[in-house]
Ligand binder design. Sequence first.
Ligand SMILES: [Zn+2]
Length: 228
Amino acid sequence: MKLLAIGAHPDDIEIFMYGFLSACKNKGDDIFLLVATDGSLGGENNGDLVLQRKKESEKGLNLLGKPTFLNLPDGCLGNDQSHLDKLRNQLDKIKPDLIVTHSTKDYHSDHIALSRIVKQIASHYIPIIFCDTMMGINFNPNYYVDITKYMENKINAIICHKTQKPDRFIQLAKLMNSYRSAQCNAPMGKFAEAYEYKGTFPFTDIREFLPPSPKVRSFYIKAINGFL
Ligand SMILES: [Zn+2]
């Protein structure tokens, strides 16, 4: 399967999608990575911020593949038809079987705009799975992926984004991914990422594309053993 991940900013794939992509790579999928904006508003711009952020992305994502940068303007994604055209060219070139990108329910206008543009281009030709929002606000996931064995790599990937003061995002990822795992009744110390997929014809059920969810632990059995 060809899987295309599209992040709005240079650190988004690492923060929101890294575990899922690692699990897909591990099962043999071809991973394609797109970074939509140049990230020029993320931090102090001393002249080479865009270049620095590209290097951080390349380093952060090096276990998954080489990202392609679309260099669209940070902060006003979707304000011009050329943004849609640039993304369409990439989709035509890659021809992915599945896309993972931001949700329209996310907090950042670039994330929301990207989600809408991708949905418009993909139409009913390519299924899309939407990643979690910042701190899960307004997000109601229906697919969870166990990322425990990739969590260390995910943290190391986020650390690469030195210009973004990455400690805050590492704390956030640990909190979110631990919470999402706990929602599946997984034991402490496990991590999961959460996604939303809305089945539409002809991609009504795409579970055959997806890596495993956290293991189900029966509430009843644990309850009678006094676990819960
Ligand atoms: Zn972002």
